[in-house]
Design a protein around this ligand. Structure first.
Ligand SMILES: C[S@@+](CC[C@H](N)C(=O)[O-])C[C@H]1O[C@@H](n2cnc3c(N)ncnc32)[C@H](O)[C@@H]1O
Length: 275
């Protein structure tokens, strides 16, 4: 029997538990990476159609594409523009660890909204957010990560460059290279948790569920360090949150006029957004 890596098994289980997955027929993963999760799902659900897009197809994805079953499509495309798909083509779209890479989040959400049928969902997980301890994404999972927790938020670019030379033994070229990865790479959104929330609230989607995960590296001393030199003027509450898992629902028209009954009920019941 073929066993799959634990990380993939966990991601498959995560997708299976998302609202709307079971009944969906046409499913899309955006930013599918190695496409392993999608391929596993395609194998387990031969009656569903699976598509995946990523702007970079690496060798494992290319190898998978060559022997993909009939219900699996592997595509190279930028997910900020999903023009290769038609309107209302999918019942269910998901992404894992992708939103934090998309600066043009409003455009991406509008595109996913367009290709979902009414009643369809976009389920996502995003981490680490820019406003969290490892949001700089520079070898953030490595034991020898050169950037201390939150330092990209409480040091300016110049201060971080000097720190890498003085405290981390980097030479000026190595320091400059790390700074380019933190501040110049184009596939990093550098959006705080509050900004992500605001962009999603302003999209056409209805937020069906929203769960934030704490930042295990957050200490009072580090919050104070950001408070003392809050380079991006962040809401300090954002520092405590590293991840978001959400489900977004496409209802027919989020902005349609409420009926007289809805208006009347709305006066009696507290608004969901303020829950
Ligand atoms: C951190 S990886 C996550 C991969 C996969 N979802 C997983 O969980 O293993 C982010 C993925 O998003 C893709 N990506 C980032 N920006 C993208 C864009 N604008 N268009 C398409 N793919 C993008 C990257 O190529 C990468 O494969």
């Amino acid at each position: 029997m073929n066993t799959i890596p634990e990380r993939i098994a966990k991601q498959v289980a995560w997708v299976q538990k998302r609202p709307g997955f079971n009944r969906a027929q046409n499913i899309l993963e955006v930013g599918a990476g190695a496409f392993t999760t999608l391929a596993e799902l395609a194998q387990r659900y031969p009656d569903k159609q699976f598509s995946g897009v990523d702007h970079e197809l690496r060798p494992p994805a290319l190898a998978l594409a060559e022997q993909a079953p009939g219900n699996l499509q592997i595509l190279r495309h930028d997910v900020r523009n999903l023009s290769l798909f038609s309107a209302e083509q999918f019942d269910f779209v998901y992404s894992a660890a992708v939103l934090e890479h998309i600066k043009e989040l409003p455009e991406h959400l509008a595109e996913v909204y367009r290709i979902l049928r009414p009643g369809g969902r976009y389920c996502f997980s995003t981490a680490p957010l820019w406003s969290s301890s490892q949001g700089h994404h520079c070898d953030h999972n490595a034991a020898d990560c050169p950037i201390p927790h939150y330092a990209h938020l409480f040091k300016t670019r110049a201060q971080l460059g000097d720190f890498l030379i003085a405290e981390r033994g980097k030479n000026p070229e190595q320091s400059a290279q790390i700074l380019r990865r933190v501040y110049d790479r184009k596939d990093l959104s550098r959006l705080s948790r509050t900004q992500v929330r605001q962009i999603i609230e302003n999209s056409a989607f209805e937020i069906e569920s929203w769960k934030e995960g704490g930042d295990k590296n957050c200490t009072k001393a580090l919050i104070r360090a950001v408070e003392d030199n809050n380079v991006y003027g962040l809401d300090l509450a954002d520092l405590k949150i590293s991840s978001i898992v959400g489900s977004l629902l496409k209802i027919s028209d989020k902005h349609e006029q409420p009926s007289i009954w809805q208006t009347w009920l709305g006066r009696l019941l507290p608004s969901r957004k303020n829950d």
